[in-house]
Design a protein around this ligand. Structure first.
Ligand code: UDP
Ligand code: MG
Length: 317
């Protein structure tokens, strides 16, 4: 293949403190890679403003006027990081590129790994996944919830490597395949992992956020995790069925035992406390299971409505 055209996709939500120095650093990186002959000089950045309410968009406009290689898209409101990423990948597919790298606006992921990403791409990989060396910069809570999430996903059958992130390179071919998936809530980590395309892994270091605060909170992380599970596994639904079966079996056996005692031993068991406890336990389990089923019904509900994944406000090309 000739020298590839690289597009760098950067989702930004209220990143006024980061975006300028990040864009400038990445432009310098593009220049360095162009000088080394690794990427073509038509390579560019694609910033997605995910409905920021601060000065992010004004700064992006300034950057675009400063250097036309900074292209951008603005959402009408906040749609969340996954939708911004998706819009970015769809956008660069439309604008044209041979490969696209997604990276966070705070440059927590070591941007120098992009060179290795491109090398792996040139060696034939369609997906190059960034794997973090450690989670030193994450809070104790985030570290453990993330670990539990990947463990759960693996148990449920969606094999996503732990310490995986949305820092990755995807080829034009991978973008074309992604385009065939009509799912509204496409879980990118799951999709790229199960697509079967040739994948390479590159380790990278995570740095602390250099300005501003994390844009994720407990709720958005929970939503991301639940979407990941319900998009890529039906094991929880089977778990509900199996649990129901064993509960029924247990009830049946206790019933047989009670009748046996009544007929042959003439003692009817008493114990109002036991009854209340069982009622609460089984009632709780039933509600829990209904909740699991509800998550899937919700997923179906959202997909069936087929609302647009995101709404564009402005674009800078
Ligand atoms: N982000 C976004 N929309 C959101 C939340 C976050 O586009 O609703 C972007 C954010 O600007 C950043 C990336 O997603 O570029 C990762 O967010 P952040 O660094 O806050 O997450 P963390 O590193 O703490 O996981
Ligand atoms: Mg970050």
């Amino acid at each position: 293949m000739n020298i590839p055209q690289l597009a760098i996709v950067i989702p930004c939500y209220n990143e006024e403190l980061c975006i300028e120095s990040t864009a400038k650093r990445l432009l310098t990186l593009l220049d360095e890679l162009i000088d080394k002959g690794k990427i073509s000089n038509s390579s560019y950045l694609y910033l997605i403003d995910d409905g920021s309410v601060d000065k992010t968009w004004e700064i992006i406009e300034g950057l675009h006027n400063f250097d036309n290689r900074v292209k951008a898209l603005k959402f009408v409101r906040n749609f969340g990081n996954q939708k911004a990423l998706l819009a970015g990948l769809e956008g660069v597919r439309e604008l044209g590129c041979d490969c696209a790298v997604s990276i966070d606006a705070d440059l927590q992921q070591d941007e120098n790994a992009i060179e290795k990403f491109v090398e792996e791409f040139m060696n034939g990989a369609d997906i190059v996944s960034g794997i973090r060396n450690d989670r030193k910069t994450d809070s104790f809570f985030k570290k453990w919830t993330a670990l539990m999430f990947y463990k759960t996903m693996n148990i449920l059958g969606a094999k996503i490597p732990p310490n995986h992130s949305d820092y990755r390179l995807v080829s034009k071919k991978a973008l074309d395949i992604m385009n065939l998936y009509p799912e509204k809530a496409l879980f990118l980590r799951g999709f790229f992992n199960e697509s079967g395309l040739k994948t390479a892994y590159v380790n990278f270091d995570v740095k602390p956020r250099f300005a501003g605060e994390s844009k994720f909170n407990f709720m958005s992380l929970t939503t991301l995790a639940l979407n990941g599970i319900t998009s890529y596994s039906v094991v929880p639904l089977r778990f509900v069925a199996v649990l129901g079966f064993f509960m029924a079996l247990f009830g049946f056996l206790v019933g047989v035992e009670t009748v046996f005692e009544k007929i042959f031993l003439h003692n009817s068991p008493n114990g109002i406390a036991t009854t209340i406890i069982l009622l609460c336990v089984f009632g709780g389990i039933q509600l829990f299971c209904l909740g699991i089923i509800g998550e899937y019904v919700g997923q179906v509900y959202r997909e069936v409505k087929a609302r647009p994944r995101y709404l564009k406000d402005k674009e800078l090309r």
